[in-house]
Design a protein around this ligand. Structure first.
Ligand code: ASP
Length: 442
């Protein structure tokens, strides 16, 4: 019988590689499972509160290289790597690499190249610790000549190059344009590299190692020690991330989701914790919980429009929305009733333009009434378990009523995956605590 060999991609965030002790943890995690064949490191992060990430040190070097004295900050960067190398007892010298970077700094190298060197050097050190091949991301992550990420060329380059290395370390965060000029993703972009590598090697799982044991059901700044989420679907994650919950770079989700590869968020400091599994939605996916997570954002504005027989007026909604699109404003939600329609937008997007927007809507659709309310928070209660359960909405409304919270808006997504509730900004935290108390607390 033939067994398919399992393949895992392990991406380690900056806190997992902040110093030699953290490096040791990563090395033992990788060595504990032969399937962990491809490793994507970030640059060393903060070792303690108030410390500076290597990437931020490099960015300071870059801004100082235009006339300031970058050498002291650069010395700090070198000291971080030399400290790790010495403490780990590696026979590795980065002096040649440092010389190249120093020359570039003295010639005024740009942001992308300098910022990327944190991951580059970290990858070399980690590959030496593990005895894995080092594959420079500049060879296999491609941006076009305008600096736009090129997923197809990247996938082709990556899969053919990585097929030649049974085990490899690929630094996160950067790639290169066709002429070799280094280009970085946005901050936190090593998550994206990890996802790209996972897709290119068709990994069984993309492990994203960080300093938390997965996603929590809600914001721990609001609820004391909320429960971790064991399993979440990509769609649920998108709903929660949209409403402000975030541990993972949003763009990192797309390549693995398309390839049907699950992501496992794991804690380098507690590798025994199962963490959170992010999986593709399927009918046979077990669902023990009614609610997967609760997230929300403050400071929305609700524009309420009333007009008798609105529903019979062809193009009414389109004309209203055109007022926003003409001004480059995105709407967040669109709850509607018979003869009423609400447009919910982030207040920041319309500051100073409120009366102009209201008069333009009045001019185009002649409503009977139009008003605007601000200070509204939106809370999304997300859970694939809600689809098959009755009474979830009533439990939410009851617990909010008992907590003396006025609900200003309700919107149930057509997917039945979420219920969105609008409350006053002052009630935001209290409402999240009440909903968590009803569904999340054990
Ligand atoms: N080192 C980069 C940053 O600090 C990229 C990453 O960590 O993913 O943003």
């Amino acid at each position: 019988m033939l067994f398919k060999q399992r393949k895992k991609v392990a991406k380690f965030g900056g806190s997992s590689l902040a110093d030699a002790a953290q490096f040791r943890k990563c090395v033992s995690i990788i060595n504990a499972d032969q399937a962990r064949r491809y490793v994507v490191p970030s640059a060393p992060g903060k070792r303690f509160a108030g410390d500076t990430k290597v990437t931020d040190l490099l960015i300071s070097c870059c801004s100082l290289s235009g006339g300031g004295d970058w050498q002291p900050v650069w010395n700090e960067v070198k000291a971080r790597y030399n400290g790790i190398i010495n403490e780990l007892g590696l026979t590795l010298s980065l002096e040649d690499e440092y010389a190249v970077i120093e020359r570039a700094l003295s010639e005024g190298a740009g942001y992308d190249y300098v910022a990327s060197r944190g991951e580059y050097l970290c990858g070399i050190v980690l590959a030496a610790c593990l005895g894995f091949d080092f594959v420079d991301a500049a060879e296999i992550v491609r941006f076009d000549s305008e600096g736009r990420f090129d997923p197809h060329t990247t996938n082709a380059l990556m899969s053919s190059r990585l097929a030649k290395s049974y085990r490899a370390v690929i630094p996160g965060f950067y790639g290169a344009m066709p002429d070799g000029t280094v280009k970085v993703f946005t901050r936190g972009g090593s998550d994206i590299t990890g996802a790209l590598v996972s897709r290119a090697v068709m990994a069984d799982v993309y492990e994203n190692w960080t300093d938390v044991s997965g996603f929590l059901m809600c914001d721990p700044h609001i609820v004391d020690s909320p429960r971790p989420i064991k399993t979440i679907t990509y769609r649920e994650l998108r709903e929660l991330a949209y409403m402000g919950a975030g541990v993972l770079h949003e763009e990192a989700v797309i390549p693995v989701k398309l390839a049907g590869i699950p992501i496992n968020i794991k804690n380098t400091n507690r590798p025994e914790d199962s963490g959170t599994m992010i999986v593709i939605d399927s009918d046979d996916l077990p669902c023990d919980e009614l609610i997967t997570g609760i997230a929300g954002k403050k400071d929305f504005a609700v524009i309420r429009i009333e007009k008798d027989l609105m529903n019979t007026e062809v193009g009414f909604g389109m004309k209203v929305l055109k007022v926003f699109s003409d001004r480059g404003i995105c709407f967040e939600h669109l709850p509607s009733g018979i003869d009423t329609m609400c447009v919910i937008i982030s207040r920041r997007d319309i500051v100073g333009r409120e009366s102009e927007i209201l008069s333009e809507i009045t001019r185009t659709v002649s409503p009977d009434n139009i008003d605007i309310e601000t200070g509204v928070s939106l809370i999304a209660v997300v859970g694939r378990g809600m689809k098959s359960a009755k009474g979830t909405a009533s439990r939410i409304f009851t617990v909010l009523a008992k907590s003396d919270i006025n609900i200003r808006m309700i919107d149930q997504g057509s997917s039945e995956l979420n219920i969105i509730i609008g409350v006053n900004d002052e009630d935001f935290e209290k409402a999240i605590r009440a909903i968590y108390g009803e569904f999340g607390a054990l």
